[in-house]
Write a protein that binds this ligand. Structure first.
Ligand SMILES: O=C(O)C(=O)C[C@@H](O)[C@H](O)[C@H](O)COP(=O)(O)O
Length: 371
């Protein structure tokens, strides 16, 4: 299969997202033209390292690129101050200079954390994203949002720092555990729901073959990246349209905080639940017909995904506490919550004045279904 190339147009910070099979084994040749000296510092995690790190280092070394690597623990809890500081200190120990390249080799946690480390190291070094999960390939590796979680909430400290290149090797998705694949699928569906009804139709017709058909998988990744690249090129720092990429995330971030960034809820699972809630809220506010939330829920269920708060194991706080957690959302203006709602499938918009009591009522009902 040929490699798809999706440009992210940002003037002198433009870059390409290359999508196709076998890109890790060709990483040396892909990255070499970016290098000012033949060195690369790789940061990965303890799940990815035993599976793929030897292949990546061999591919780089075959082009005469010297490598050093650091493996951090896998999981969302890594995305905090402690491992961030460890990554930055390690990069300094490796004497990574401004003209060098850092490689973020892993899923969304590694991409966000390493991107942020690259953003602040010596006030900014270049980095390459080599995303190894579906979620990272279709979403977090593209667009330059980097950062970490803090005690106050998700992604609250970070920087916009664009990668110099993204290599999405779709072959690695073959070894992705089914739960992680489905979590990533939450972000794929998001693109259809927010702005491309025809893509959602296509997913309804083809999503069950994504796990088995590499051509379908590559198309789903490419279409998602095309949508994200277009939005980011028009609105890099989320002054307007980029907020649409946050569909489902206001609910998701509150739920992730409430579940302690633990295995109880993966980010992409929270996005899927959040999208279902956003469509339900849209219908209740009279913005879209019942058919839209029904289709969203039916499709997510057909894929075997979490859809309801009842699908999250363990205790959850009450509706008011969840709405309070949303107060740290970056879309809040003057203390007022803004949500991404929809007038139908593929027709999302930023809603400024959502009455908090309508959100509380929706969550109350969703929580009651757990009892
Ligand atoms: O790239 C964006 O813009 C997004 O909002 C994509 C999201 O899917 C992603 O999870 C992002 O990191 C969330 O951003 P945040 O600003 O709400 O923390």
């Amino acid at each position: 299969m040929a490699v798809d190339v999706v440009p992210v147009d940002l003037g002198d910070r433009s870059y390409e997202v290359r999508i196709g099979p076998g890109l890790i084994d060709r990483a040396g040749a892909e990255i070499a033209p970016l290098l000012k000296r033949r060195r690369a510092a790789i940061i990965t995690d303890e799940t990815v390292a035993p599976l793929h790190l030897a292949r990546l280092t061999a591919a780089l070394q075959a082009e005469g690129i010297a490598t050093a690597s650091l493996s951090l623990p896998a999981g969302e809890q890594t995305k905090g101050w402690a491992e961030f500081s460890r990554a930055v200190e390690w990069l300094l120990e490796q004497k990574v200079e401004r003209r060098d390249i850092v490689i973020a080799f892993g899923g969304g946690v590694i991409g966000d954390l390493v991107g942020f480390a690259a953003a602040v190291l010596r006030r900014g070094v270049r980095f390459v994203q080599i995303p190894t999960t579906l979620l990272a390939q279709v979403d977090s590796s593209v667009g330059g949002k980097t950062g970490i979680n803090t005690a106050q909430g998700k992604n609250l400290v970070g920087a916009f720092h664009q990668p110099s290149l993204v290599l999405a090797d779709i072959s690695v998705l073959e070894t992705l555990p089914p739960r992680d694949f489905l979590a990533g699928y939450g972000e794929v569906v998001k693109y259809g729901l927010l702005g491309d009804a025809a893509f959602f139709d296509w997913l309804e017709a083809h999503a069950t073959t994504l796990a088995t058909d590499p051509a379908h998988r590559q198309y789903a990744v490419r279409r998602s990246v095309e949508m994200k690249a277009g939005i980011v090129s028009r609105d890099e720092t989320e002054e307007g349209e980029r907020a649409l990429l946050n569909l489902g995330h206001t609910f998701c971030h509150a739920l992730e905080k409430a579940t302690g960034y633990s295995d109880r809820l993966l980010h992409g699972e929270g996005v899927a639940i959040g999208c279902a809630l956003a469509f339900e809220l849209s219908q209740r506010l009279g913005l879209c017909a019942q058919e839209a939330p029904s289709r969203v829920r039916a499709h997510l269920r057909a894929m075997g995904m979490k859809v309801d708060l009842a699908d999250i194991p363990g205790d959850l706080p009450g509706a008011e506490a969840l709405v309070a957690l949303m107060g740290q959302d970056k879309k809040v203006i003057d203390g007022r919550l803004r949500f991404i709602l929809a007038r139908g499938i593929g027709a999302a918009f930023v809603a400024e004045d959502v009455p908090p009591d309508r959100v509380t009522a929706l969550l109350d009902e969703a929580l009651a279904a757990r009892r």
